[in-house]
Design a protein around this ligand. Sequence first.
Ligand code: PRE
Length: 257
Amino acid sequence: MASDNNKLSLDSIRDSLIRQEDTIIFNLIERIKYPITPTLYKEASSSSWNISGSLFHYLFQETEALHSKVGRYLSAEENPFFPDKLPASIIPPSKCTPVLHPAAECVNVNEKILDVYKKQLLPLFCTDQADDEENFATTASCDIQLLQALSRRIHYGKFVAKVKFRDCTDQYKPLILAKDRDALMKLLTFEAVEEVVKKRVAKKAFVFGQQVTLNIDDNTKEAKYKVDPSLVSRLYDEWIMPLTKLVEVEYLLRRLD
Ligand SMILES: O=C(O)C(=O)C[C@]1(C(=O)O)C=C[C@@H](O)C=C1
């Protein structure tokens, strides 16, 4: 969607952000089936595995390398977590005019996303801590899919910023020239939209996380959900939307380069 330059509007981008909520919530539900699994994220040097870094890090880097070869990071919607380690794509880049300003490539907050994910989000969402060795690879694959979904959503801020600048250039230009981050942040913020997002994702978590049964008696039992809706709302309020806005500001600050 975001590759179609002519049709790009704030409404179409917001529609995509809404659709991405489903992906994030489903991936979250998948990941939290497993415990935190501390060994997965620890340096593997002391183990018998012949790798440097953690098993999670190894699988993530190798996954990105493979995806890079088949052109994943040629898309402006994708941002790598290990940009310095990527092999070239075997697929040639598209000949279409790029949608974003070339400086968009320098905006990458994945290091922050990874840090927040490991230190704050996993402990918040995963209640159990255990080393389930049989599921190391599956657990790490769930982490990677969730992180890629979070990264794509947060870096969509570049497209949001692009249309906001295009539609209100007169308001944004002086703030960019003055490098006034706070004023840019204020101008691009829509509190009413954020309130709707928080309520909608909580509702989606409630609906997607229900146990679906065909037994009518089950409706009367106390409902059990796979993910706490209030935590999903908090995920958006405290991390996803602030990081999206950070990406918007970073993109705008480079927009006139
Ligand atoms: O919809 C927008 O205008 C956005 O900038 C996206 C977003 C979000 O992350 O959902 C971020 C900032 C706004 O305050 C509202 C929503």
